[in-house]
Design a protein around this ligand. Structure first.
Ligand code: C5P
Length: 236
């Protein structure tokens, strides 16, 4: 089957506190979005990319990507799941969707290839890259006040770290199944923060492939030099 990458890139990235959405910040001479697109378009098993950008976006049209015949552009939606759904609408029924955050430019071809091996695996319906949590996990006590930065939080209890993983992207599913799962999750009012959560909710078994922790989602300003370092390492 064809594997089409779907990239939601319609977020504003407010935690970055930058003058523009984080995918348009430059590291090592290119925007984060261009690094991400390069990583996917140069993988030999990826047919093409569908990119969801905000209808209010004023940065995308300045990039050369808009001339690329292997990149289709659609409008993003209110939530990430809406943006992904708009992208999936451009896929054919028997395609596989490989959904990947615009803000994860450091994904390696090795990890993408490992994830794609799930296409032939009958024990799961697609899957995700993930990495085991490394820190001890604390649950904060519910506070009556609205929590804000610098406020002291109090620990309710320590969560067991056994079998706890960070969900990364890419996340890989049959396109039609993912479309139906996202539509069901959205109409049932489920909090969908990644594709797998919708597919799990729809009752399918989702695989996890151990991926590199270098595949960070750029979120805070301190992530920028870290991403630059990981990208440099891949070139060597
Ligand atoms: O905000 P966060 O880092 O969780 O966003 C993950 C990805 O989803 C980003 O690439 C962002 O651009 C995208 N997104 C989107 N549409 C939204 C919200 C987020 O495409 N409405």
């Amino acid at each position: 089957p064809r594997v089409i990458a779907v990239i939601p890139a319609a977020g504003v990235g407010s935690r970055m506190q930058a003058d523009r959405p984080k995918q348009y910040l430059t590291i090592a001479g290119k925007t984060i979005l261009e690094h991400t697109l390069d990583a996917l378009l140069t993988h030999p098993s990826i047919h093409s990319v569908v990119l969801a950008v905000s209808p209010d976006d004023i940065y995308f049209s300045n990039l050369d990507i808009k001339e690329n015949k292997r990149v289709d552009v659609v409008h993003g939606g209110k939530e990430r799941a809406d943006s992904v759904l708009n992208g999936i609408m451009h896929l054919q029924h028997d395609d596989w969707a490989l959904v990947h955050d615009a803000a994860r430019p450091c994904v390696s071809h090795k990890d993408i290839t490992a994830l794609l091996s799930l296409i032939g695996d009958n024990t799961v319906t697609g899957g995700i890259l993930a990495t085991p949590v490394r820190d001890t996990m604390k649950r904060a006590a519910i506070s009556e006040d609205i929590p804000h930065q610098n406020q002291l939080n109090v620990i309710s209890h320590t969560e067991s770290r056994t079998n706890l993983w960070h969900a990364l992207t890419p996340q890989l599913f049959p396109a039609q199944l993912l479309r139906e799962a996202l539509q069901k999750g959205l109409s049932d009012g489920v909090n969908i923060t990644d594709e797998a959560s919708a597919v799990e909710y729809a009752g399918y078994k989702v695989g996890m492939v151990n991926g590199s922790p270098a595949n960070i989602k750029i979120t805070h300003p301190a992530d920028l030099p870290l991403a630059e370092f990981y990208l440099q390492q891949q070139l060597e």
